[in-house]
Each structure stands twice: as C-alpha cells, then as structure tokens.
Design a protein around this ligand. Structure first.
Ligand SMILES: [Zn+2]
Length: 143
C-alpha cells in the first residue's frame, strides 16, 4: 500500500470523501501542473470507510480555500523530507467568488450573467452563505 512517506516533499490531501477526489483533481486543475500528482481512490479508512487521497509532489502554493466548501473534513498535510511539517485544517472561506450560484431568479446575477457571484459566510456551523446582491441564503447542505 502507498503511504504518505512515498513522497519526499509536497502536499497530501487526505480524508477526501470517496468519489470526490476526481472532482477536486479537476477543480484544482491538477492535470495542468508540472509536478508529479497521484490520485488514490477508495483507500480503506477507519474514519470514513473509504476515502480518496491526492498527493502532489513539490508544490505548496495552491489555493485550497475551495475545498472547505466541498468537504470541510478534508485534511491537508505539507510534507518536507518525508515528514509532515504542517497539517492544515480546512474551514469555510469568509467570501466565495464564482463557486456558488444564487438561486433567486430575480437576483441581478441571475439576470446579468457577466456579474461575479459573490457570497459571504453568515453561519459557519450550518454552512450558510448570503448572496452579496440580494441577501438570498445559500446552504451548503443543499448542494
Ligand atoms: Zn442573489
């Protein structure tokens, strides 16, 4: 079995809900980076039953903010010289742009497609966001 230690320097995105790995791979555009990347699917996990893992070699400057919206249980380990030097816990971003779509048909963003979709976090426990333009609430649990 592959372990965290199999990369010397880089990032391991762990505890991804099984099946979500490929989506994250696409969202982070990992197919476009030059480093070695590996996506492990359906790895046995005590916590989740099955999970996906993504390992990226030698890259540290990736914006992981979006992962907090997809699945806040994901953990990000930064590996240096085969040792985990940092564990990043994801949290919901305060402001999200062009990720969530407002469901209010009368919202300006529904009418004018070129306007950026901007949401602000209003309740991190419930995962609720508010549209900047029309105050419509968007709950992540509805995704
Ligand atoms: Zn709106």
């Amino acid at each position: 079995m592959l372990t965290v230690n199999s990369i010397k320097n880089g990032i391991v995105i762990d505890h991804i809900k099984a099946g979500l790995g490929i989506k994250i791979f696409k969202i982070l555009e990992l197919d476009k980076i030059n480093s070695a990347v590996c996506l492990l699917m359906n790895v046995q996990s005590k916590k989740l039953g099955k999970k996906d893992i993504i390992k990226i070699e030698n890259v540290v400057d990736i914006d992981f903010t979006i992962l907090g919206i997809l699945d806040p249980n994901i953990t990000i380990n930064v590996i240096k010289d085969e040792v985990i030097v940092e564990k990043k816990k994801l949290k919901l971003p305060e402001r999200v742009e062009n990720i969530l779509r407002c469901k209010n048909p009368r919202c300006v963003t529904s009418i004018e497609k070129y306007i950026d979709q901007v949401f602000y976090l209003v309740d991190s426990k419930k995962g609720e966001y508010r549209c900047m333009y029309c105050d419509e609430i968007y709950a992540l649990s509805e995704v």
